[in-house]
Design a protein around this ligand. Structure first.
Ligand SMILES: Cc1ncc(COP(=O)(O)O)c(C=O)c1O
Length: 448
């Protein structure tokens, strides 16, 4: 008889792996059942903004739950959902502020699903029924449900489900370090942005409803920001073809990059913004879709009813958590803290840039990525089988530091990076520990 050394009833992320049990969180740290303390250098998956273990969030959730935990959105609105929607619109790009609306979901994937259907129905309401396709970019991630996966360009995450998904069209990413056109910015004249126009011209633009993109590509490319001029050109192309522009800010929204929304780094005014993760800092499952007055009006003047819905949308307790997180961000001036904390992190990481196997340190605010390469001169990645990102993650555990590794940033298969997205309260000494840990991992992997 085989004696199981570990039992779980959970369908784990990896059924061959054993997972420690997280029992407590304190600031940037997670403590497991054995008392081991880990520095959460990636905010789990760019989720945690205010830090772990903030007691007032739980209290606000309990208070709301004690009043009323649930009321179905076909019959009621709730105070916390109303309040949070207004607060988010007030910090959104200008074009959302007078008459924009917010649709709350239980996470990022649901936000993407909602945006896909919103864009489609917007064109039905606007008497343009031929428009339904949502274009997106290669090397992107928009969520794990089938609609969200269809628009995602993350090769590995799509592969098993390819037969189940429609292909509406993917264009080039904006990623200078591995430019898909082998060009250099700015001489490239934004060939990657023009790829959208070329694609539209060759693929029945009258059937396209929207273009969806991450202004800073998180999980797939390891914090690769758009270059200056890119978002403006994309917006121009969308406008020219009469299609909606959707910014996926599930990872970058709610302050992560030093502005409430990353779109604001380029004064971009998308038609729809998706957000999630930091919106409730992990205290509750919450996501949101922000729409401009123009979209809301098209529904108001049309059928008025969005043919979509989730039982748990705009959940009173989840939105109460969102409000309590928002209060905490404001009271502790954490929105303002991200840019300087990001600089501190960047300075701590700077010495790594001269390492022969560190290709690039990139990112904005507290969303940073470190890419590892085989050849620094040519940017050649390691072979996939070398599993460098995963090895860095494992080595970091020797120092009790948690990283979010990623593979495939070059071509969907090769390319290794770790994504860093610590809570906004990260201290300088913790930034130092993150950098030292990457150095330690590199020494462990590459010093003979
Ligand atoms: C840019 C982006 N969009 C969408 C999602 C999906 O969000 P969720 O995992 O909350 O469903 C993610 C998750 O990592 C993301 O990074």
């Amino acid at each position: 008889m085989t004696v199981a050394t570990h039992t779980t009833s959970l369908f784990s992320r990896n059924l061959r792996k054993q997972y420690p049990v997280a029992v407590r969180g304190e600031g940037c740290w997670i403590i497991d059942a054995e008392g081991r303390r880990y520095l959460d250098a990636s905010g789990q998956a760019a989720v945690i903004s205010i830090g772990h273990g903030v007691q007032e969030i739980g209290r606000a959730m309990a208070e709301q739950s004690g009043k009323i935990a649930f009321a179905h959105t076909t019959q009621f609105h709730s105070e916390p959902a109303e309040k949070l929607a207004a607060r988010i619109l007030a910090i959104a790009p200008r074009n959302f502020r007078s008459g924009g609306r917010v649709y709350f979901t239980s996470g990022g994937s649901e936000a993407t699903e909602t945006a896909i259907k919103l864009a489609r129905q917007f064109f039905l309401e606007s008497k343009q029924p031929s428009r339904y396709r949502i274009l997106a970019r290669r090397q992107s991630y928009h969520g794990s449900t089938l609609g969200a996966m269809s628009v995602s360009g993350n090769v590995a995450r799509r592969a098993p489900y390819a037969p189940l998904m429609p292909e509406w069209g993917h264009v080039a990413p904006c990623f200078c370090y591995h430019c898909p056109f082998d060009k250099t910015f700015p001489e490239c004249n934004l060939a990657c942005a023009d790829d959208l126009d070329t694609f539209l011209l060759g693929n029945d633009p009258s059937s396209v409803a929207a273009f969806l993109f991450e202004p800073i590509v998180g999980a797939t490319l390891g914090a690769a920001p758009a270059v200056d001029g890119y978002t403006a050109r994309i917006a121009e192309i969308c406008q020219k073809h009469g299609i909606l522009l959707i910014a996926d800010e599930v990872m970058t929204g709610m302050g992560r990059t030093g502005k409430p929304f990353a779109s604001e780094h380029w004064a971009l005014e998308p038609d729809i913004i998706l957000t999630g993760k930091g919106i409730a800092s992990g205290y509750a499952p919450l996501g949101a879709v922000l729409v401009t007055p123009r979209i809301a009006e098209a529904f108001e003047k049309g059928s008025a009813a969005f043919m979509h819905g989730f039982t748990y949308q705009a959940h009173p307790v989840a939105t109460a958590a969102g409000n309590a997180v928002f209060d905490y961000l404001e009271t502790h001036e954490l929105f303002e803290r991200v840019a300087p904390a990001g600089e501190t992190l960047r300075k701590a990481l700077a010495p790594l840039e001269s390492h022969p196997h560190v290709g690039q340190v990139r990112g904005v605010g507290l969303l940073q990525g470190v890419e590892f390469v085989k050849d620094k001169a040519t940017h050649e990645p390691f072979p996939r089988e070398a599993g460098i990102a995963e090895k860095v993650r494992r080595a970091a555990l020797d120092k009790n530091v948690l990283f979010y590794p990623g593979q495939g940033c070059v071509d969907g298969v090769r390319g290794d990076h770790v994504l860093l997205a610590p809570p906004f309260i990260i201290k300088p000494e913790e930034c130092g520990l993150i950098a030292d840990t990457i150095q330690y991992a590199l020494d462990k992997l590459f010093s003979a």
